[in-house]
Write a protein that binds this ligand. Structure first.
Ligand code: SAJ
Length: 406
């Protein structure tokens, strides 16, 4: 059997593509996941997530023998920790998966090995893990290379961005930084920026918080414009003609497992200082609540005007356009809220990127638009952009499908 050079702990949305990329470079990767079904799927050369080009890459890596999955780690030279860091009650980050993964490899570590965390982590996590490792293996103190290197890929474009994006690499000391940097240099074409572990950890949190704050600004404008009777998309387009202004797009809130989560890693540790970051989270969450309220008001107005209950189309459930991922999706939250307030109206729930859903009964988007009295666009899926809306429909366009001429 070929000796693995890399152990990848966590074969999810980032771990599996990264393991595949390393394997493509003819480096033996031993992928580890606690989920036996994931291990079996990968060993069969298949994938358990949807990501363009990943399926083919995994099939080749497994067939050529460079990628193998298991539920337990084995000895290697480099260990990558790419496990989830969810958050607990009160929006506090939970690093227990990183800790468990680290504990699993501590007995395997030897002199000069490289240990890298890629999981989004609160500032200080890498140093904490270094302390844990050296507490259990004091004889290795100073002789391991321990670093943090966040991933920055956009779901849907992972295979390209993994190779071409710049990376920020921070070790607990210079030797670790250099060693981690030369590891990534083998398969990454983007620039590698070296720093320390704490800065690299904060960098990841700041990137996503920055986007959250900017989207909150756009969402705040959408609330103001709704009251001021101004088309917010036209307004943003015009303001962006200024050479130094670049406002993002409003929507029905911010979702996904990154931008809607990572800012809390800063807020929970620095609550007094992170005023804008915390407020942005509130604004983006409020935007979803506001959309649900708008649908409720439109329903009541329709009933008053027409003397009958309206039928309602909820257009889109995914957390962003043209994907099937519903994690932390504001559109899903709005659909749930609207259905909780249902009072014998007919509802058509639409998500063109899903065949079925275990909770929602899905309707084809063309049928929904044809039949509904009120059409609420929550996600700007490409299918919706060319749709003909029959006359006399009440249209609530929360994501600029109709009102954005871009
Ligand atoms: N959104 C808006 N308006 C916009 C842009 C996005 O409302 O103008 C919404 C989307 O609809 C979605 C949410 O924001 O609900 C997040 O979508 P996204 O496309 O901005 O980002 P993600 O969550 O798919 O991926 C982000 C990326 N981070 C940044 O762009 C700073 C990605 O590069 C990170 O690797 C990823 O988070 C991650 O894993 O952290």
């Amino acid at each position: 059997m070929n000796q693995p050079q890399v152990v990848m702990i966590g074969l999810g949305y980032i771990g599996l593509p990264t393991a595949t990329l390393i394997a493509k470079n003819k480096t033996f990767v031993h992928g580890v996941d606690i989920n036996q079904a994931v291990v079996d799927t990968v060993n069969a050369g298949k994938i358990h997530i949807i990501e363009p080009e990943l399926g083919e890459a995994v099939a080749i890596a497994v067939k050529e023998g460079y990628l193998k999955a298991d539920t337990k780690p084995i000895q290697a030279n480099t260990y990558l920790i790419v496990v989830p860091t969810p958050f607990k009650a009160k929006n506090e980050p939970d690093i227990s998966f990183v800790e468990a993964a680290t504990k699993a490899i501590i007995p395997l570590l030897k002199m000069d090995d490289l240990y890298i965390i890629e999981s989004t982590s609160p500032v200080g996590t890498t140093e904490k893990m270094a302390d844990l490792i050296y507490k259990m293996r004091p004889e290795l103190k100073g002789n391991l290379n321990i670093a943090y290197c966040p991933e920055r890929v956009l779901p849907g474009n992972v295979m390209y961005e993994l190779v071409h994006n710049d990376r920020v690499i921070g070790g607990i000391d210079t030797k670790s930084t250099k060693k981690a940097s030369s590891f990534y240099g083998q398969f990454i074409k983007g620039d590698l920026h070296e720093t320390n572990a704490r800065t690299a950890e904060m960098c990841k949190l700041v990137e996503n918080s920055s986007r959250d704050v900017q989207i909150a600004f756009a969402n705040e404008l959408s609330l103001i414009c709704d009251k001021a009777d101004i088309n917010v998309w036209e307004l943003i387009k015009l303001a962006n003609k200024h050479p130094r202004v670049n406002i993002l797009q409003p929507g029905c809130g911010v979702g996904g497992h990154c931008i809607a989560v990572d800012p809390y890693f800063i807020v929970s540790e620095y609550p007094m200082e992170s005023k804008i970051i915390g407020k942005a989270r509130e604004i983006n969450n409020y935007k979803s609540f506001w959309c649900a309220e708008k649908i409720q008001t439109a329903k009541l107005q329709f009933e008053l005007q027409h003397g009958r209950k309206p039928s309602i189309a909820i257009m889109g459930l995914a957390f962003k356009p043209n994907i099937d991922d519903l994690r932390e999706s504001p559109a899903k939250y709005i659909a749930q809220k609207v259905l909780q307030n249902a009072n014998n109206e007919e509802y058509f729930i639409v998500e063109p990127n899903l065949e079925t859903h275990k909770v929602f009964k899905l309707t084809d988007y063309k049928v929904a638009v044809e039949k509904a009295d009120i059409i609420a666009f929550l996600v700007a899926h490409k299918e919706f952009k060319t749709i003909e809306i029959p006359k006399e429909r009440v249209v609530l366009d929360f994501c600029g499908v109709i009102n954005n001429s871009n």
